[in-house]
Design a protein. Structure first.
Length: 579
């Protein structure tokens, strides 16, 4: 993800279309480093959110409002005084810098027309919103930067504004092929790094895309490129810059397993194996991307305690399972002791009682001779008895361990299914049901033992197939049970990833025969909502719901079935129907 110069140029193009010549009607400062500006342009009203946050600098149009403090901060009051009711006459971006300049015309205290500059710098931890007069002298800024804080540039009232040039970079929109060759292709670094280190506004993400389009490994040293490869690289670079010059933007988000991983103003061919969604505007991209990211981050933070409980229990049970398997392996010699005892009883009649071994034919294995160790202090009968005792002890251990191993494996499978539920939880209501399951299963203690079961508003995912059939997906084991045994009918269809934790997927057949495409789409959902979602393909079992049974005493979400079909599906989502 990169709010680079090209994304900024896309934002500037959108701003020119929507608010150039518009009038500022409201100014608010919801956070210490944020501005929310409402602009009226003809009959339309637009709300522009600007954030100079060090960790998340942003600018985009939004429909949402944000509550403001009761008393406006000084910077907000200053802007209201000077440019409240001002008209935005120009919106510019110097080169492909991550800077947007708003030139605003307004009436001063004497009623004369004058102009001011609102400069938005979106440069990571150096981000700022700076207010200047027409001579580029700083009036104030949302963040003050003193000489002690920066040796490059002070951002304080009365200081001249200038763009800091800490690294000399070329403008991608004006660079010639000869300059590109000298600046980029002769840099003693990998190709990708040479591009984004020497050209303004080009992020590592876009440098990777340029290399991909040119069929060049971005990690390859520039010195390793042939002349033809260098020429091809420049032409691919020129394609990108021409798209920017002509405003041919395609705002999009790249998703991996349903989670947004990248965004750009240009299509990213290097991510062709992942899902890509295009949008009408870059503002939609930024708002959607960061809203999704924030939701996922917030839920992961809130689920951290539950994840830790599940992971601790999993690790403990896996260690126990490995130990039990090792102990079970040790019981494999029990049959040897039984055979020793029987052979001593059969052939030990001639022993005097002081022998250390007995050589006898083993009638269990083609009468091959074996040597049986003996305790010379015991009689033949006592030696046989000793071996039978060992056999019986190991037999009892084997039987007990077999049951314990089954129980431990069931606990591991249950915990892994809860872990899968945590992976797909999107709301706090989803976590409530998972928390209830952990308490019911004894992995968590209730704060108040007398409390009733937690009630949750969480509902299964609901999708509509291409052929109009309703598909439901359980978010956790309680929902899986409810979907399969309460919600669905006997002739509905049930889907589940084969042999791995995942959601129950129900297709409501309404008594109709399902088209092949419905089976494919339900299989894709079952693959996506399973622990195999990172795989290219997942094997899916499916059957009519009538064939799915709940075993006696089975844990939540666990079922058995003996009649089923199978298909292989790629994890993929459909369009969800919102409740």
């Amino acid at each position: 993800m990169a709010l680079d110069g090209i994304v900024i140029s896309n934002i500037v193009a959108e701003m020119k279309e929507k608010i150039q010549n518009g009038k500022i009607s409201k100014l608010a400062q919801p956070e210490s480093d944020e501005l929310l500006i409402t602009i009226k342009n003809g009959k339309e009203q637009h709300r522009l959110l600007i954030s100079a946050g060090a960790s998340l600098p942003l600018i985009y149009f939004t429909q949402k409002n944000k509550p403001s403090p009761m008393t406006a901060p000084n910077f907000c009051m200053l802007l209201r005084k000077h440019i409240g009711n001002g008209r935005i006459v120009a919106i510019t971006q110097p080169g492909l810098e991550r800077i947007i300049m708003l030139e605003i015309e307004h009436l001063d205290e004497l009623g004369d027309r004058c102009r001011k500059l609102l400069i938005i710098e979106l440069m990571g931890k150096h981000s700022n919103i700076i207010f200047c007069n027409s001579e580029s002298i700083i009036i104030d800024s949302i963040k003050h930067v003193s000489a002690q804080m920066s040796s490059v540039r002070e951002v304080l009232p009365g200081r001249p504004y200038f763009i800091p040039k800490t690294i000399e970079k070329a403008d991608p929109l004006t660079i010639t092929e000869a300059e590109f060759n000298n600046l980029v292709l002769k840099a003693p670094v990998p190709v990708g790094k040479a591009i984004y280190n020497n050209l303004t506004g080009i992020s590592p993400l876009l440098a990777e895309e340029i290399c991909y389009l040119a069929s060049i490994d971005s990690a390859l040293p520039t010195a390793a490129l042939s002349m033809a490869e260098g020429i091809h690289l420049f032409h691919m670079f020129r394609q990108i810059t021409e798209a920017v010059k002509t405003g041919r933007y395609t705002p999009n988000i790249i998703y991996k397993a349903g989670e947004p991983v990248e965004f750009s103003s240009l299509l990213l061919s290097s991510f062709k194996d992942l899902e890509s969604q295009t949008f009408h505007s870059i503002s939609e991209v930024l708002e959607t991307y960061y809203a999704s990211k924030n939701t996922i981050t917030r839920i992961r933070q809130k689920s951290a305690d539950l994840r830790r409980i599940v992971q601790t229990a999993l690790e403990r049970n896996r260690k126990k399972y490995d130990l039990q398997l090792k102990q079970l392996k040790d019981t494999n010699k029990r049959e040897k002791y039984r055979i020793y005892g029987e052979l001593i009883n059969t052939y030990g009649y001639g022993l005097s009682g002081k022998e250390t071994s007995l050589t006898a034919p083993d009638y269990y294995h083609d009468n091959q001779e074996i040597v049986i160790p003996l305790d010379e202090t015991l009689s033949a009968q006592d030696n046989a008895k000793k071996y039978f005792e060992r056999y019986n002890k190991l037999k009892r251990t084997y039987e007990a361990l077999t049951d314990l191993i089954d129980e431990t494996k069931s606990d591991i499978d249950h915990l892994e299914s809860i872990s899968a539920s945590l992976d797909i939880a999107l709301q706090e209501e989803d976590l409530a049901q998972i928390k209830e399951e952990l308490m019911e299963s004894g992995y968590m203690k209730r704060k108040h033992p007398g409390n009733k079961k937690i009630k949750s508003k969480s509902k299964p995912f609901h999708y509509l197939s291409s052929d109009g059939f309703h598909i439901y997906v359980g978010k956790n084991n309680y929902q899986n049970d409810d979907l399969t045994f309460n919600f669905s009918s006997a002739n509905d269809w049930w889907f589940h990833a084969k042999g791995i934790p995942g959601s129950h997927v129900i297709v409501k057949s309404e008594g109709k025969e399902l088209p092949d495409r419905v089976f494919e789409e339900a299989g894709q959902l079952a693959a996506y909502y399973s622990k195999g979602r990172e795989n290219e393909k997942v094997e899916i079992d499916y059957t009519e719901r009538r064939n799915v049974k709940k075993p006696s005493g089975g844990k939540p979400g666990f079922v058995i079935y003996h009649t089923n079909y199978s298909l292989v599906a790629a994890p993929k989502l459909l369009s969800e129907i919102k409740a």
